[in-house]
Write a protein that binds this ligand. Structure first.
Ligand SMILES: [Zn+2]
Length: 398
């Protein structure tokens, strides 16, 4: 039971709502940050400081000035990147290791492996030396026997390395593409075996792992051929105007790694394909494409309501986000509060359908999303075609 508690504690993180329950310095509340906590102690720490003290409640956003002047830059950047809800919602815990934020035995097991590894760092297979990634995957006598069966030549050519990354660099220069693919699959199987042995499994005959690597690679290549066919089919779909008096909202997001920000675009068109309203806005720095798409969706719905449209169909090109909009199911992930914001906005609209479309039929929103790279805040077009999307609008109308 105590062990399970440790796993839960290590695997959970606070999701910031109003921030009342979260202690700034001692709780784990910063996702995608080492140990999910503030790393550098600020010079002045207020007693029992809560996360709510870092939010500017007049605008419902992080108090950027306070955060940037109080914390070390790394911590400040990570805090400012946490998306806040538009509503006053309670703080809650979510499970970090699953996409949907819900605990599962499989992901719990992975966290347990990590904790065990930290506690006990000797190699479990040969019991001869400290386990590093390079040792477990390459130098360990158990791994070496597998490599001898699959790439004896490369094994000899590799020489001695500092770490696993260095080994990969050396092999990338020496191996062909096919050999490299086999190398990675084989390394993955060696790692899987290592995990199984740590939890009481037995070491398999090296020839079995060599054979399995070859089979796995073949299966993977075959599935790629099948996937390539479906991709061609979806690309053919194109934008279709809404029916009668409904309007169609298309939205999209883009991530700009170079300027550490994102872009949101929305376009509302009538049954003639004419643009009623369009928006191109710069968004914050995000952790992944799902976060960018969820923020874009919330922005697009707010824009729809602000411009006075209520009778709409919604199209976006991220299937995860689109599937979550019509369901009223609570989402427990890091982004759960943003999904709940979206559900509240949708409740105030007459939404006829929500669909996930291929990027090709979401071309106007997509080109407006790229355009946000050049602007600082946001640009709105009302009853005129946005210049940056003219070409995409032309494609849709033909
Ligand atoms: Zn070993």
């Amino acid at each position: 039971m105590l062990a399970a508690q440790e796993v839960l504690k290590r695997g959970c993180c606070w999701r910031v709502g109003i921030g009342y329950d979260i202690r700034v310095m001692t709780d784990e509340w910063i996702p995608n940050h080492p140990s999910n906590m503030v790393i550098c102690q600020p010079q002045e720490v207020k007693w029992e400081w809560r996360v709510m003290d870092l939010i500017d409640w007049t605008v419902g956003a992080w108090d950027r000035h306070l955060i940037e002047t109080t914390f070390h830059k790394e911590d400040a950047d990570a805090i400012l990147q946490i998306p806040l809800s538009r509503r006053l919602v309670p703080d809650s815990l979510f499970w970090l290791h699953n996409r949907d934020g819900v605990y599962s035995v499989k992901s719990g097991y992975r966290v347990a492996c990590k904790i065990l590894k930290e506690a006990n760092s000797a190699c479990e297979l040969c019991k001869r030396t400290t386990e590093t990634a390079l040792h477990a995957l390459w130098e360990c006598s158990v791994a070496q026997e597998v490599w001898a069966g699959s790439m004896r030549k490369q094994q000899k050519a590799a020489g001695s390395q500092l770490d696993f990354l260095h080994l990969v660099e050396v092999l990338m220069l020496k191996l062909s593409r096919e050999e490299l693919e086999l190398f990675f699959v084989q390394a993955w199987l060696i790692w899987t075996q290592r995990n199984s042995v740590v939890f009481g499994g037995v070491i398999q005959d090296p020839s079995r792992l060599v054979k399995r690597a070859g089979e796995f690679l073949d299966e993977f290549k075959q599935s790629q051929v099948q996937l390539a066919v479906t991709r061609v089919e979806t690309r053919c779909s194109r934008w279709i105007p809404p029916l009668g008096s409904t309007f169609k909202l298309n939205f999209d997001a883009a991530i700009f790694q170079d300027i550490k920000s994102s872009g949101f675009r929305a376009v509302i068109r009538n049954n003639q394909g004419e643009v009623m309203a369009a928006l191109s806005a710069r968004g914050p720095s995000v952790q992944d494409s799902e976060e960018a798409e969820v923020l874009a969706c919330r922005k697009a719905l707010e824009f729809t309501i602000d411009s006075g449209f209520s009778n709409i169909v919604i199209e976006g090109d991220n299937s995860v986000v689109m599937a979550a909009i019509p369901s009223s199911r609570l989402i427990h992930s890091r982004l759960g509060n943003l999904y709940a914001d979206i559900h509240c906005l949708v409740a105030g609209l007459q939404v006829h359908s929500v669909s996930s479309v291929a990027r090709f039929s979401n071309l106007v929103a997509h080109s407006l999303a790229r355009f946000a790279h050049c602007i600082n805040d946001e640009i709105i077009w009302l009853e005129e075609s946005p210049q940056p999307a003219l070409e995409a609008l032309y494609v849709d109308s033909n």
